[in-house]
Ligand binder design. Structure first.
Ligand SMILES: *Cc1c(COP(=O)(O)O)cnc(C)c1O
Length: 360
């Protein structure tokens, strides 16, 4: 490969059509237009319509844009929780969301499992009267996924709680039944293959009602962004603050390209590449998959424990071939590596990776 190719879990390799869309955007001066103009409204509308198709979002759910997924964590807690949120914690991202709850002065609770493990049906029995339940569908630090099949059970057992799903590093792979979810969100620099700096928040009227209730009680539901302010502007295809206009434009274009390929095909290819990679890791004397339980293994972020060679040596070996793999998360970088399997990562690029693993 002539240029570096990024298998890092985020930011990652851009979706392969981004350079062309970026060129068009520069010609059309997308980054200079007013975010109150009809041209911007057209980009907003296009992005949200394309997302509705790709992710199969029903009319019951609204789509709004924020600056990041971190922002959405804060907004969900401000708009959806007076005191009690419940968090499934199995890595750095799910833990950080929980910590935001503590910092905002709420009383979050959690169930926590060791790094590299996932949740089983027994973990679904959670304390009663939670206002919000936070699920991290794909824990990017550990490469563990939360089965979407558990969501209907959570809904049935906790009919009053808002169920919120972090799908930052799995979207567009998971297939959600939105009747069991009040909110799903992601930022765009992982599976969507776009430059960072944009969050997408899908939410229903139950979230709106809760936010209105908290606001009426005199609580702060956010300053420049709150559910009511985001929705009021989204009705006219706008945002309260000046948004990442270029990001919203590119998102619409890339999602349109993904829709041309089709979500089903993207899912199939993701499954194929993941199976291929996990097998290569199992067969190699230099690696083993971190996640032992196969049903908990993420299809989109694959974490491997390094045996015999250090992660630094392994990353260097691939870097010499211009293939940039991800380091282990935080302190785990001394023993693990991570490989992203996003829609932009071609089957051919995975074949090359696996060849290199076999040639080690
Ligand atoms: C990356 C990531 C986030 C944070 O995304 P930002 O865009 O940095 O705010 C949140 N959750 C998960 C699971 C992630 O992988």
């Amino acid at each position: 490969m002539a240029l570096k190719y990024y298998f890092t879990p985020g930011p990652s390799e851009l979706y392969f059509t981004v350079p062309d869309h970026m060129k068009t955007a520069l010609t059309e001066k997308v980054a200079s237009i007013s975010h109150r103009s009809a041209q911007f409204q057209k980009y907003f509308k296009h992005a949200s319509e394309q997302l509705r198709t790709l992710l199969n979002v029903p009319e019951t759910h609204h789509i709004v844009f924020t600056s990041s997924a971190n922002e959405i964590w804060e907004r969900i807690l401000q708009n959806g929780v007076k005191e009690h949120s419940f968090h499934f914690v199995n890595g750095a991202f799910s833990k950080k969301f929980y910590d935001f709850g503590v910092q905002l002065g709420k009383s979050p609770q959690k169930v926590e499992v060791p790094f590299g493990e996932g949740f089983t049906e027994e973990h679904l029995a959670i304390p009663a009267n939670m206002e919000m339940i936070a699920v991290t569908q794909n824990e990017t630090s550990a490469g563990v996924s939360f089965p979407v099949e558990y969501l209907p059970t959570l809904r049935k057992n906790n009919p009053d709680a808002l169920i919120t799903v972090d799908a930052v590093s799995s979207v567009p792979y998971p297939e959600f039944d939105y009747s069991t979810i009040d909110s799903v969100y992601f930022s765009v620099q992982k599976g969507m293959g776009l430059p960072a700096g944009l969050g997408v928040w899908i939410l229903n009227d139950r979230c709106v009602e809760k936010a209105t209730q908290l606001k009426n009680e005199g609580l702060s539901v956010g300053t420049y962004h709150s559910i009511p302010s985001l929705l009021k502007k989204a009705e006219v295809f706008q945002t309260p603050a000046t948004p990442n206009v270029l990001g919203i434009y590119l998102l619409g274009k890339v999602v349109e390209d993904m829709n041309r390929r089709g979500a089903a095909v993207i899912r199939q290819e993701t499954n194929y590449k993941a199976a291929f990679m996990y097998q290569a890791l199992e067969n190699s004397p230099y690696f083993e998959p971190l996640v032992k339980e196969k049903s908990h293994r993420s299809k989109t972020v694959i974490v491997a424990k390094c045996l015999e060679k250090t992660p630094a040596e392994i990353l260097e070996y691939f870097a010499q071939k211009k293939m940039i793999l991800g380091s282990g998360y935080g302190s785990h970088k001394t023993e693990q590596i991570r490989i992203a399997n996003f829609p932009t990562h071609s089957k051919e690029s995975f074949l090359m990776l696996v060849d290199l693993i076999e040639a080690m």
